[in-house]
Design a protein around this ligand. Structure first.
Ligand code: ARG
Length: 572
């Protein structure tokens, strides 16, 4: 996409000898109100160097750049130079990119570099609950964004498949477990055992010792403990896969904590050699007080390792294995302090690349009545949420299109219902906490996924009605741009122009909601255009130009939604 701020800066630079183009580019603004120009340049800062009143400077700049082919019109308003782009030139450039369904919105700035995105990472033998959806959906979108920026992306699911909780699970299973129940309904059953363990241990503290011993045996590779653990893992993974399939989310790798359990000794020795490992009541820690952080616990007094130990090993392994440009962790903000701690330990080991490990935190999800907690068994299962969203959507679609066939309704209800949950998830700035409310997730009005998807289906319908011949001509941009110069058309074109830059920004900030916002803007702009103007007019030339803009809008919405992990049905 042409970078207009850059082009404008070049033109302005010829008029402002005391400033270079880069500096000028920084100062070019996009006015809120389009009647003040597509771009504006404030002259306040020039007063000092040019020793003239800002309005006079603006006036002389306007005189200097009037007639430049970049602009249709240039005006001085007070201290501002207001610039109106030559619409035809601008639209030609934007549409040339936007009518290309495959490539629109993509760039190759990441070429030749590898980025790791670690996301979802649920804990084995515990439900995949609504709290996990955030990491799953935000991470998937960050993967799609980096992929669109041309990076090679490794999608890693760092399963929580190791640790002392498996000692508890094994212990609970031995006391109260039943194979048939586990097979029939693995996660609910295992969760029941885990919950029971926490109740029973209150009055039978010896259970804790038993659990510790079971975990120690697991670490030593005792056959029976390993068999149970593996079984819990396999059953859990089956259940997680069902949810990933519903969301159409994939991973390149499911190597979780257990994978790293034999890769820790190396750096524990290294820490020791460097004199960083301190003994404290039998446990081993790294003191981080000089950084104002609590100590990092590396091994417990019984010699067992921890979550932290495994994360350090993981980061080192990833660097050696993938030589990443960025190693991104999409993990709840509750773990902020924890991430600072283990990253500091990696830094103390002398690995400066730890600066490329990025913790992307997000806020908590809570139920209306309070926070959810696995330990007490009060959870909303993500699978139920998705199923309910699909069912509700089905009802709505059936109501709207009583004669549509069932297969189509099923397909569309899946894409729209699940899309609605994802869209709502990615609508807010990710760091904010939010309360999960059914009404809000399934609200199909306003700035929601279904609204945006509906706009896409509307574009598709316009193209169907226009017919193949007109669409083919429009696709080749064999059009007269004067038919798409109205305010509503041009607003839409400007938003399409911004899409590639929006993708870059969302990637830099690890913030998919920037894209969510932008696709809403595009959808609203298209709907204004659709209502203000007659698209399928009898004037063939006019129709073809407007159809070309419809193709571009459709691509913008579809590719934008795809970056969020949301489908765009052609009919709704
Ligand atoms: N399994 C963890 C949890 O559910 C998340 C893992 C985060 N990733 C990591 N490398 N520590 O809380």
């Amino acid at each position: 996409m042409v970078n207009y701020k850059e082009e404008i800066a070049k033109v302005l630079a010829a008029q402002i000898p005391d400033m270079d183009a880069a500096e000028i580019q920084e100062m070019v603004e996009i006015p809120q109100d389009a009647s003040m120009g597509d771009y504006a340049f404030p002259c306040f800062r020039l007063a000092k160097v040019m020793r003239k009143a800002p309005p006079l400077i603006a006036k002389s700049i306007v005189e200097g750049i009037t007639g430049d082919p970049l602009f249709e019109k240039v005006e001085q308003v007070n201290a501002y130079v207001n610039m109106f782009l030559s619409k035809e030139e601008y639209s030609r450039g934007v549409l040339a990119e936007a009518v290309e369904a495959e490539s629109f919105g993509k760039t190759d700035i990441g070429k030749g570099r590898t980025v790791i995105v670690e996301y979802s990472s649920p804990n084995i033998a515990k439900p995949f609950h609504i709290g996990h959806i955030r990491s799953t959906v935000i991470g998937n979108s960050i993967y799609k964004i980096y992929d669109a920026l041309g990076f090679k992306v490794e999608r890693l699911n760092h399963l929580g498949d190791y640790g002392t909780q498996f000692g508890k699970m094994i212990c609970a299973y031995r006391h109260w477990g039943n194979e048939e129940d586990v097979k029939r309904e693995p996660i609910v059953t295992l969760l029941g055992y885990y919950t029971k363990f926490h109740v029973e241990v209150e009055t039978h503290p010896e259970l804790d010792d038993e659990a510790r011993e079971a975990f120690a045996k697991l670490e030593q590779g005792e056959e029976e403990e390993v068999r149970l653990w593996k079984w819990f893992r396999d059953e859990s993974l089956k259940e997680f896969m069902r949810v990933y399939d519903m969301l159409d989310i994939q991973f390149d790798d499911f190597d979780g904590e257990s994978f790293y359990s034999d890769k820790m000794q190396r750096f524990i020795d290294e820490l020791n050699d460097k004199g960083l490992l301190l003994e404290s009541e039998g446990a081993h820690i790294v003191d981080l007080s000089q950084f104002d952080l609590p100590p990092a616990l590396i091994t417990k007094s019984d010699g067992s390792t921890l979550y932290c130990t495994r994360d350090i090993a993981t980061a080192v392994y990833r660097k050696e294995h993938y030589d990443f440009y960025k190693n991104i962790y999409v993990v709840a903000s509750q773990q902020n302090l924890y991430f600072q701690q283990w990253m500091k330990v990696v830094k103390l080991l002398g690995y400066d690349w730890v600066k490329d490990c990025v913790h992307v935190p997000f806020g908590l999800v809570s139920l209306e009545e309070g926070t959810m907690s696995t330990r007490h068994g009060r959870v909303v299962f993500l699978e139920d949420v998705l199923n309910k969203a699909v069912d509700k959507t089905k009802e709505i679609i059936k109501e709207k299109n009583p004669e549509a066939d069932d297969e189509l309704i099923d397909q569309v209800a899946r894409e729209v219902g699940i899309g609605a949950v994802i869209f709502q998830e990615l609508s807010n700035n990710k760091i904010k906490d939010y309360v999960f409310k059914w009404d809000k997730v399934l609200n199909f009005d306003g700035e929601t996924g279904p609204y945006v998807q509906y706009t896409h289906a509307r574009c598709a319908s316009v193209l169907r009605k226009a017919g193949a011949e007109v669409v083919a001509k429009a696709q080749k941009l064999d059009i007269d741009y004067k038919y798409i110069e109205s305010d509503s058309a041009f607003e839409l074109i400007k938003l399409l122009h911004a899409l590639p830059a929006v993708v870059v920004e969302a990637g830099e900030k690890y913030e998919p909601s920037i894209i969510t916002r932008h696709v809403i803007d595009i959808a609203q702009a298209y709907n204004r255009f659709y209502h203000d103007e007659h698209i399928l007019t009898d004037n063939e030339e006019e129709k073809t130009a407007k159809v070309a803009l419809t193709i571009a809008a459709k691509n913008g919405i579809k590719n934008g939604l795809a970056l969020l992990g949301i489908k765009s049905p052609d009919r709704m």
